[in-house]
Write a protein that binds this ligand. Structure first.
Ligand code: C2E
Ligand code: MG
Ligand code: MG
Ligand code: MG
Length: 274
């Protein structure tokens, strides 16, 4: 239970709440119940093109509003759902929801270019993943180039050769691949060259106060130039202030995402922003 609480939450102790700390079975039941009772939602955080000066897509982020405890962050429950394997069912739900919603937006003439979905390493290890995504694209009739998949370098580094093969299979579906949280793991530049990815997503920790961090400026200029040489697009995440945006723009960064453009928002609000 303690694991699920926001660290800064200030609720008082409720004796009628289940004690589940360390009890994976209880947590699994709770998470499964959440899926059945439709307690999850998908929110959309805008992605903004610096060259076009407009919102071109979004990252889909799962939200869980528990009826008793309120908001539980994905940073808390995604790792638990990975431990229990429930991430497979949750991930399937997210993909269906996002592809269905994006197809709907396209049909209604919304200028949405692509929506990105996060994939966990557990999902990447499912032999059925490619078929699953193919089925969802067929079911929702979403043209594949409107779907982006975000995978982290740590997820890929676990087993490099099969990961590269899997990414090729996914790309063959026509979807785009983004390498998420770049800069937080150990992916080398030569390793990047082997990965069939389309987008490099620079982690928040690298762009925070970039306007006054000379070391990170030097690194980022180099990373952006190198990524462009490899034919990759660059997106920086976690842009909170205008000075960070201006600095990245001057470095030739293609896209940005962060509170400066807009926080994650529900589907209706995102459609309005579009
Ligand atoms: P991520 O993929 O790196 O997502 C970016 C996180 O940064 C999101 O947190 C987003 O709300 C937050 N963020 C966006 N802009 C800003 C900003 O300007 N400043 C700061 N400080 N934060 C910003 P969130 O939504 O809590 O998600 C956390 C992580 O949970 C995600 O990291 C992702 O790894 C995972 N996650 C979220 N939704 C899903 C999902 O549907 N499936 C899977 N497998 N993982 C998910
Ligand atoms: Mg992501
Ligand atoms: Mg990220
Ligand atoms: Mg991140």
């Amino acid at each position: 239970w303690a694991k699920l609480q926001k660290s800064n939450s200030y609720r008082f102790y409720r004796s009628d709440l289940p004690v589940v700390s360390g009890d994976e079975l209880q947590i699994e039941t709770w998470l499964r119940y959440a899926l059945e009772r439709e307690e999850f939602e998908v929110w959309y955080q805008p992605k903004y093109s610096l060259s076009q000066g407009r919102i071109v897509g979004a990252e889909a982020l799962i939200r869980w509003q528990h009826p008793e405890t309120g908001y539980i962050s994905p940073g808390k429950f995604i790792p638990l759902s990975e431990e229990t394997g429930l991430i497979v069912a949750i991930g399937d739900w997210v993909l269906k929801t996002v592809c269905g919603q994006t197809a709907e937006w396209l049909h209604s003439g919304q200028p949405v270019v692509a929506i990105a979905v996060n994939l966990s390493s557990v999902q990447l290890n499912q032999a059925s993943l490619v078929q699953q995504i193919r089925d969802i694209l067929t079911l929702t009739q979403l043209p594949p180039d409107h779907l982006e998949l975000e995978v982290t370098e740590t997820a890929l580094m676990q087993d490099v050769e099969p990961a590269i093969a899997l990414l090729h299979e996914l790309k063959a579906l026509g979807v785009r691949i983004a390498l998420d949280d770049f800069g937080t793991g150990y992916a080398s530049l030569s390793y990047l060259q082997q990965l069939p990815i389309d987008i490099l997503k620079i982690d928040t920790s690298f762009v925070r106060n970039i306007h006054e961090n000379v070391t990170n400026q030097a690194i980022l200029k180099h990373v952006i130039a190198m990524a462009h040489d490899l034919g990759l697009k660059i997106i920086a995440e976690g842009i909170e202030i205008e000075l960070e945006m201006f600095t990245l723009k001057s470095f030739g960064c293609d896209l940005i995402q962060g509170y400066w453009v807009g926080p994650p928002m529900n589907a209706t609000e995102f459609a309005q922003r579009l």
